[in-house]
Design a protein around this ligand. Structure first.
Ligand SMILES: Cc1cc2nc3c(=O)[nH]c(=O)nc-3n(C[C@H](O)[C@H](O)[C@H](O)COP(=O)(O)O)c2cc1C
Length: 191
């Protein structure tokens, strides 16, 4: 499976990092090839949220890393085959651009390609509260088949740490792309 992960400049960069970290076991057994784009906005938010984590550390979690301005890179073309794209976290700016087909960087262009090719696209949008603009953009994309997976924790799993909360959303993302062998959260079992 070839995956394209994009990290954009909303709060919650840890969700993107945790997804990449979790994908390493699939990468090692060659189930997954990881392609990565980190927006300039994400690089800035990273310095505020995780001053201890470098951009280079995140880059080595992927097989191929693209510059967000490189509109000639492979994911910009529908002829280049990628199984799923995950934008995690997804800023309201990137969400708006995708909802309006404004493909001005490689992240929004690749998402535009995924929508036209009817491929699996997941967004993990982070903002609070959501305005009507944000909600309308999400509704529009959901109607087009885009998975909208906000990082909203569940509490029936009895999270004890921030890691537990992060892992829950990352696990739900993995489930949606068919990588279900993770142990990121305990699955609901009433009995
Ligand atoms: C510390 C920090 C936190 C931010 N958090 C959010 C957020 O949670 N959601 C959001 O939509 N934008 C957030 N922003 C604003 C985005 O970074 C900004 O709109 C940026 O242009 C997004 O660009 P990108 O989508 O290309 O990464 C934040 C910015 C900073 C500096």
């Amino acid at each position: 499976m070839r995956l394209l992960v994009a990290i954009t400049g909303s709060s919650g960069i840890i969700y993107g990092i945790r997804l990449l970290e979790t994908l390493q076991s699939y990468r090692k057994d060659r189930t997954v090839e990881i392609h990565l784009i980190i927006s300039n906005g994400a690089k800035k938010v990273l310095t505020y949220e995780h001053p201890d984590i470098s951009h280079d550390f995140i880059k080595q979690l992927a097989d191929i890393v693209y510059d967000e301005q490189d509109l000639a890179a492979a994911p910009a073309s529908g002829s280049y085959l990628i199984d799923a794209m995950i934008i995690v976290p997804c800023s309201m700016k990137t969400l708006a651009a995708i909802a309006h087909g404004y493909a001005s960087n490689l992240i929004t262009r690749a998402a535009d390609v995924f929508i036209k090719q009817k491929r699996t696209l997941l967004l993990v949008p982070r903002e609070s509260p959501f305005s009507v603009i944000h909600l309308e953009n999400m509704l529009k994309l959901a109607k087009l088949g885009v998975h909208i997976v906000p990082p909203i924790p569940a509490f029936y799993t009895q999270p004890k740490t921030v890691d537990d909360i992060v892992n829950f959303t990352v696990g739900r993302v993995l489930d949606l792309i068919g990588l279900t062998t993770h142990n990121l959260f305990k699955r609901w079992d009433k009995g």
